[in-house]
Design a protein around this ligand. Structure first.
Ligand SMILES: C[S@@+](CC[C@H](N)C(=O)[O-])C[C@H]1O[C@@H](n2cnc3c(N)ncnc32)[C@H](O)[C@@H]1O
Length: 351
């Protein structure tokens, strides 16, 4: 394998088979890269290096891991730019490595553990079948759909990590949403499939008149209640354990952040209809999602779309596809704006 090269393949098109093979091998190294990050996080290397450089021997002693394998891992991580080599066997964190520490704002530690761990990685192993069949391979790989997998008591820690990862990702868009969304005159906001509730809680912090709720599956909703307590917002907040395919409580504003992308069109229609039936004409929703752009341009949304196909059975959509869903369910799209991290806010009004 050659070193990581992030230049889009089309930009390096050549008639040189060796160069083409080299750039394909770089793409293939993506799988190894994911698992290198996985091991760096799983062995808590970023946390061990938080106060300064350490040798692989020291890290291996702290983790009880194999010394030589730990050195080889740290060397590979330094090759990727996640660690830097400081000489005399010492490795330190780079800016990217610092984002893998636990408990720091915007940490991607939980996201790595989710993306590289069983719930996502095993379905990826069956990805060609997802394309042949046009559906998620979670059932084949895990025995159940991915959200049912998280709901199993034996996967409670993985479910907690998933919600934590969602919260960390929410941090990327919170400032953008707060700058654009107008909650004046609203009394209740419902975060639909809100996980730990970071988005609705941020809106409540910004607007002391607002009452907030998170609707999520029974295993997930307690995380939101705990987060509301931690932020001192429990008196204006409640968690609703439920199923958004069955029933959605009434609210003035529905937040749907990275929920529609988990589902096919039919399931999205049910979620959006349930929100629409529970609100009045003029009621609002804010969808936060990536929007697929022009075909043929580098576009992370199209890569995420493959993960959705494979793992949850969902879809990343372009604006026309979103509008078809909104029109079919009694919503009209208004202001649409970037909110950070490649995500957009799509404001909806109930018609
Ligand atoms: C991709 S996560 C998004 C979480 C959150 N909105 C965010 O972006 O940070 C999808 C969420 O939908 C929840 N969910 C899945 N199926 C659900 C259902 N049938 N009813 C309610 N929530 C559900 C999951 O538990 C999870 O918290």
């Amino acid at each position: 394998m050659t070193g990581t090269n992030t230049t889009p393949a089309a930009a390096q098109d050549t008639d040189d088979p060796a160069a083409d093979a080299g750039s394909l091998l770089n793409m293939l190294a993506g799988a190894a890269t994911v698992q290198i990050l996985h091991a760096v996080v799983d062995l808590n290397i970023a946390d061990h290096l938080a106060d300064g450089a350490r040798t692989a021997k020291d890290v291996a002693w702290r983790e009880g891991s194999d010394e030589r394998a730990t050195f080889r891992l740290m060397r590979a991580a330094a090759s990727l730019g996640v660690l830097s080599y400081e000489g005399s066997g010492g490795f330190a964190l780079t800016g990217q490595g610092r984002m893998l520490r636990s408990g720091v704002p915007g940490s991607l530690r939980s996201m790595v553990l989710i993306q590289a761990g069983q719930s996502h990685w095993q379905p990826w192993g069956l990805f060609p079948d997802a394309v042949r069949q046009g559906r998620s391979q979670a059932k084949e790989a895990l025995g159940v759909d991915v959200f049912d997998f998280y709901a199993r008591p034996e996967n409670a820690e993985r479910a907690r990590l998933f919600s934590e990862a969602m919260g960390d990702m929410a941090a990327m868009v919170t400032r953008g949403v707060l700058a654009e969304a107008d909650t004046r005159g609203l009394s209740t906001v419902l975060d639909v499939g809100g996980a730990d509730g970071h988005l609705v809680l941020a809106l409540m912090e910004a607007d002391p008149a607002l009452r907030g709720q998170v609707l999520d599956l029974p295993h997930a909703v307690q995380g939101a209640v705990r987060e509301a307590e931690r932020r001192g917002l429990a008196d204006r907040f409640s968690g609703v354990a439920g199923d958004f395919f069955v029933d959605v409580p009434a609210a003035d504003l529905y937040l749907l952040k990275t929920v529609l992308h988990d589902w096919d069109d039919e399931r999205c229609v049910t979620i959006l209809r349930n929100c629409r039936s529970a609100t009045r004409a003029g009621g609002r929703a804010l969808v936060v999602e990536m929007i697929v752009g022009e075909i043929g341009k580098p576009d992370f949304a199209t890569i995420s779309d493959m993960a959705m196909l494979c793992v949850t059975g969902g879809i990343e959509r372009d604006l026309d596809e979103f509008d078809s869903l909104f029109e079919a369910t009694g919503w009209r799209r208004g202001r649409t704006y970037p909110v950070g991290g490649g995500y957009h806010g799509l404001e909806l009004e109930a018609v």
